[in-house]
Design a protein around this ligand. Structure first.
Ligand SMILES: [Zn+2]
Length: 327
């Protein structure tokens, strides 16, 4: 632990002083965990309705299957809310995270997502074959920049259209699924906000999402979910955070509570990101990089570029203008 950067040690001390973290969930293949008792009549924590006014026939994913979740479900999301989220905010969250899920080799319902040039005409594509990445470009339209010396290939992926605040609601929804039943009373308005298909409503004045990118080869079948709640007697920081790590990315989002966050109204927040355990090999891949994402925009974002860098051990060319790379 002694070789951790000073900022990481300071951030760990900050969170330890201000927050109590719940036991993290380490989600791995083969594991099955259903949150909430299966007792009848069931109650939906999202819309507040009970059986038989609402039904609970579908298996409700506690986080979308797109992140590789095949084992974490909940008993307290009704079918109507499940469909509302699945057709709305989870699509926006899916589009926002898709480039990262591809690069991290995260298997959703239909495998690792392929990313290709938008539009109907032929063009570049990035897909994962199961053993390595297959990168395709056309001679008249070079897409990849290859550096044999550093063994890196650089390119720019594009993001499918998404509404930032809808993606944000999708993230907050995962946190609100995981919080203990006793905490839900503090988040009534937050539940209403994530269910509201009108994305124009402003909810929290400050809404930081910390994104940490961990470079290097990371497991693509481990998801770590963690909740943090402010310690009693502390009032200068947001009440609750939710942290979600998958592949090469860690996302940390504020779970706003109208009643519990009154004490930070009008104050400018200054928080470090929750420290991540670090990279597999910092000398080779560099240190984790933290950015603060602003996902409060209400207008659709179209054609956003996402820069990507692959390191490779070996590369084989196949057919003219095709390249196959082991990432
Ligand atoms: Zn419901």
């Amino acid at each position: 632990m002694t070789d951790l950067p000073a900022a990481t040690i300071a951030a760990a001390a900050f969170y330890d002083r201000h927050y109590a973290g719940a036991e993290p969930i380490f989600l791995q293949p083969g594991m099955k965990l259903t949150l909430g008792s299966g007792e009848r009549p069931r109650h939906c924590r999202f819309c507040g309705k009970d059986e038989p006014a609402v039904t609970f026939k579908d298996e409700a994913h506690a986080l979308p299957a797109a992140f590789g979740n095949t084992g974490l479900f909940s008993n307290y999301e009704c079918d109507a809310c499940n469909h509302l989220f699945g057709e709305g905010i989870e699509n926006h969250l899916g589009n926002w995270t898709k480039p990262m899920r591809t690069l991290s080799r995260i298997r959703g319902r239909s495998g690792v997502p392929t990313i290709k040039k938008p539009g109907p005409e032929k063009g570049w594509r990035v897909e994962y074959s199961g053993t390595g990445f297959r990168l395709k470009e056309y001679e008249d339209e070079p897409f990849f920049e290859l550096d044999d010396e550093t063994k890196q290939v650089r390119f720019q992926l594009h993001r499918d259209t998404y509404i930032p605040v809808a993606a944000l609601k999708g993230l907050v929804k995962i946190g609100l699924t995981l919080i203990p039943e006793a905490e839900t009373q503090h988040f009534r308005e937050t539940y209403e906000w994530i269910r509201d298909p009108d994305h124009a409503r402003n909810f929290a004045a400050q809404f930081p999402v910390f994104r940490t990118f961990i470079p290097g080869p990371m497991r693509n079948d481990l998801i770590v979910l963690m909740l943090m709640r402010r310690r009693t007697g502390i009032d200068a920081v947001p009440y609750a955070f939710f942290t979600f790590a998958y592949g090469n990315e860690v996302l940390q989002v504020f779970l706003p509570s109208i009643s519990q966050d009154k004490c930070i109204d009008g104050k400018t927040l200054s928080l470090p990101a929750f420290p991540t355990p670090g990279t597999p090999d910092p000398a080779r891949y560099g240190l984790p990089r933290v950015t603060v994402e602003n996902l409060t925009g209400r207008e659709p974002v179209k054609g956003e570029k996402v820069p990507a860098v692959f390191g490779f051990d070996s590369m084989a060319e196949s057919e003219p203008a095709d390249a196959k790379g082991e990432a």
